[in-house]
Design a protein around this ligand. Structure first.
Ligand code: S3P
Ligand code: PEP
Length: 445
């Protein structure tokens, strides 16, 4: 159990400078997992060294791969080859990370080994039936307490069968779990998604040499297929800066008069950029400079300048492309002029915390008028004036809630305190120092 770390954020002047945002969390997890089942060495530049990803690295070592940070800051993974993962001698503790738990359950399910998965108090509350269901159809078994929550033992099989699976929720984690089980399954495994979710698994599998195809169905859904049992070869990977982490300094710069921040090399995969589209619609001054491709992923340097924001309606079909960014969007909306309506937020209820409830409670405490709809929508009534602040906000082991309210505190009349900033290290190590380095005033309490 981490020691709680209360933090307070006070009103700042203009923010100015450059922030090198750490590597993309989704891509970092996948690079360690695929490197571990490839033949030969995978060299990873810019791996996120946050706790979620370090837990994945530890798990891959327990499963038999080598995964180490070199003195040059570059990570090297020596894989065991597809099908070669061995039974871990210890419980796989995935900490706070849903991505690590769900993707790894898929990857080990097609091996004749038993792995016990657990997590922290937040992860052990999150639904796992969404992955155990399809993995059972493929031939894996699960043993655990009722309700489909961790801790769970995965009893894998080397005789898994390919399936065609239509996602009941828009989830890249579920899509990836099925594809990763299909990877070591003879035949072709297909996942059908009605709404496009992040495609880092598909892109990286191709990079490692697998055949992954995407086909549009008559009803507009996408069918993603992987041909099982390819030869995967170790690769070089360059991890872009995480657009979900960049969202925090970006919104901070938008909110503080006179600010200008440069955020170099931020991932611009179109399945991840919903927040930036939304902020631009709200009137944000963001320039996407020097657009380029780095190791198969589009990136750009973001130059963000302060300017007034106006409230808008954010459609439900945008949710998959900005699913982790609603808490920080809500902070921006609280400082905008006019009402912002965010539709289709049901999935926010099963993240590290119930983010819909946590955001609504925290904003209310800070003097912002909000409404949560029965349809899982969130309406934030911005007045164009700084919200009051002056409250302590609960974070419920959720890094994004903590960072969102610390950014809000830069713009409120009185400081905002969060009850625990310790979980920020899961996704954005160095957040406080980097923000203070460009002019923020965040301090321990
Ligand atoms: O595949 C991934 O790397 C992720 C998918 C999303 O979760 P869901 O698949 O549950 O929507 C997102 O919230 C999470 O932070 C990372
Ligand atoms: C939801 C998140 O991550 P995970 O599902 O991996 O815990 C997140 O980082 O916001």
């Amino acid at each position: 159990m981490l020691q709680a770390k209360p933090l307070r954020s006070s009103s700042t002047g203009a923010l100015a400078g450059t922030i090198r945002v750490p590597g993309d969390k989704s891509i970092s997890h996948r690079s360690l997992m695929l490197g571990a089942v490839a033949v030969g060495e995978t060299v990873i530049h810019g791996l996120l060294e946050g706790e979620d990803v370090l837990n994945t690295a530890a798990a891959m070592r327990l499963l038999g791969a080598q995964a180490e940070r070199g003195g040059d800051g570059v990570w090297r993974v020596r894989g065991v080859g597809l099908g070669g993962l061995g039974e871990p001698a210890q419980v796989l503790d995935m900490g706070n990370s849903g991505t690590a738990a769900r993707l790894l359950m898929g990857l080990v399910a097609s091996h004749p080994i038993t792995c016990v998965f657990t997590g922290d108090a937040s992860l052990n509350k999150r639904p796992m039936a969404r992955v155990t269901g399809p993995l059972e159809q493929m031939g894996a078994r699960f043993v655990g307490r009722s309700g489909g929550r961790l801790p769970l033992a995965v009893v894998g099989s080397d005789r898994t069968v390919p399936i065609t699976y239509r996602l009941p929720v828009a989830s890249a984690q579920v899509k990836s779990a099925v594809i990763l089980c299909g990877l070591n399954t003879a035949g072709t495994t297909t996942v059908i998604e009605a709404e496009p979710t992040r495609d880092h698994t598909e892109l990286m599998l191709r990079h490692f040499g697998a055949t992954v195809t995407t086909e549009r169905m008559e009803d507009g859904a996408l069918a993603v297929s992987v041909v099982g049992q390819p030869e995967l070869t170790g690769r070089e990977i360059v991890v872009p800066a995480d657009p979900s982490s960049a969202a925090f300094p970006a919104v901070a710069a938008l909110l503080r008069p006179g600010s200008e921040l440069l955020l170099p090399g931020v991932g611009m995969n179109p399945r991840r950029t919903g927040l930036y589209d939304t902020l631009v619609e709200m009137g944000a001054n963001i320039a996407f400079e020097n657009r380029r491709d780095e190791a198969g992923e589009p990136v750009a340097d973001l130059r963000v300048k302060h300017g007034p924001l106006k409230g808008i309606v954010v459609p439900a079909d945008r949710a998959p492309s900005m699913i982790d960014e609603y808490p920080i969007l809500a902070a921006a909306a609280a400082c905008a002029e006019g009402t912002t309506v965010m539709l289709g937020l049901k999935e926010l209820r099963v993240k590290e915390s119930d983010r819909l409830a946590m955001v609504a409670d925290g904003l209310t405490k800070c003097g912002v008028k909000v409404e949560v709809g029965a349809d899982d929508s969130l309406t934030v009534y911005g007045t164009g004036k700084p919200p009051q602040g002056g409250a302590t906000v609960a974070t419920a082991m959720d890094h994004r809630i903590a960072m969102s309210f610390l950014v809000l505190g830069m713009a409120t009349a009185e400081p905002v305190q969060v009850d625990d900033g310790a979980f920020i290290d899961t996704s954005f190590p160095g957040f406080v120092a980097l923000m203070n380095g460009v002019g923020a005033k965040i301090a321990g309490v």
